[in-house]
Write a protein that binds this ligand. Structure first.
Ligand code: 13P
Ligand code: ZN
Length: 279
């Protein structure tokens, strides 16, 4: 079987294409990575080139040493992923101490992994540890309504989480831990990666003010579904705000607690203003 026909490449391409259809990937906007399990990469070892040069990641991710990832390329368009994956993404291997990577496959006509590689890998490291290895996908997109929200609300985790939870009944069920918000920072380096991965210890999604969203999930569907839910809630927020400054009614804190009870979820109490009720 060719690398391109593997299950993980097909799912990687599908998410890129789904995000593109949502309008979240203008030009080369956004990027994607997947921590490939050993059993999924093993059948392809003979098709990978293990003689490429080692390149500095720009940060250190010792827990991920020796692991394989598939990542989108820097400057590459998600809109081209479906037609030409081999030129728009790469399979990389990390060095044993987690400071360097080398390209084993893909980016056929040249190029480098996404400029957000430090954030992707530091998020992978944090989420792998926090979830006992369950989380494997990190997805970054530029959804317009969520970005618009970052010009309106104070850039605080609690305020964004509460507002988005209120916008759609499913939100507290889908992101019960809430969301992190990172103030505007220069993207593409270690500094923003450190701040984002610190927030990823607590949350599965982190908003970059005036820029976009990072999601972490066990698989591609869940990563896309999380981004889709957050952006849909943001769209509702923008629609409501476009009409009025005040809500006539909303989903209240006691309602959140009823939801938590009905759906057997543990909501992040930091984001509920009421004292926790006995359940
Ligand atoms: P890359 O093309 O390097 O992935 O950058 C796109 C982006 O969204 C940066 O935040
Ligand atoms: Zn971006």
């Amino acid at each position: 079987m060719k690398v391109i026909d593997s299950d993980f490449v097909k799912k990687f391409i599908k998410l890129a294409d789904d995000g593109n259809k949502m309008g979240w990937h203008e030009r080369n906007g956004g990027n994607l990575s997947y921590r490939i399990p050993e059993e999924e990469i093993a059948p392809f070892h003979s098709k990978l080139n293990y003689s490429g040069e080692w390149i500095d990641i720009g940060t250190s991710v010792p827990e991920l040493g020796g692991m394989h990832f598939i990542v989108s390329g820097s400057g590459k368009y998600m809109s081209n992923m479906l037609a030409d994956p081999e030129n728009n993404c790469a399979i990389i291997e990390l060095s044993g101490e987690g400071r360097k990577y080398r390209i084993l496959w893909g980016l056929k006509s040249g190029g480098r992994p996404t400029s957000e590689l430090p954030t992707h890998l530091m998020n992978h490291e944090v989420k792998m540890v926090a979830t006992g290895g369950e989380h494997r996908v990190i997805y970054h997109c530029h959804p317009a309504n969520l970005i618009a929200m970052t010009f309106i609300l104070p850039l605080e985790d609690k305020i964004f989480t509460h507002e988005l939870w209120e916008m759609m009944t499913e939100c507290p069920i889908i992101f019960p831990n809430g969301l992190g918000v990172v103030k505007w920072m220069v993207p593409g380096g270690r500094d923003i990666a450190v701040v984002t991965s610190e927030k990823m210890k607590k949350y599965d999604a982190v908003i970059w003010a005036h820029h976009g969203l990072f999601c972490s999930a066990p698989d591609f569907d869940l990563a896309f579904g999380l981004a889709h839910t957050i952006e849909k809630a943001a769209e509702i927020f923008i629609k409501v705000r476009s009409v009025t400054d005040t809500k006539r009614q909303t989903i209240t804190d006691p309602d959140f607690l009823k939801l938590a009870e009905a759906f057997k979820i543990k909501l992040n109490n930091d984001f509920i203003d009421l004292p926790t009720l006995d359940m």
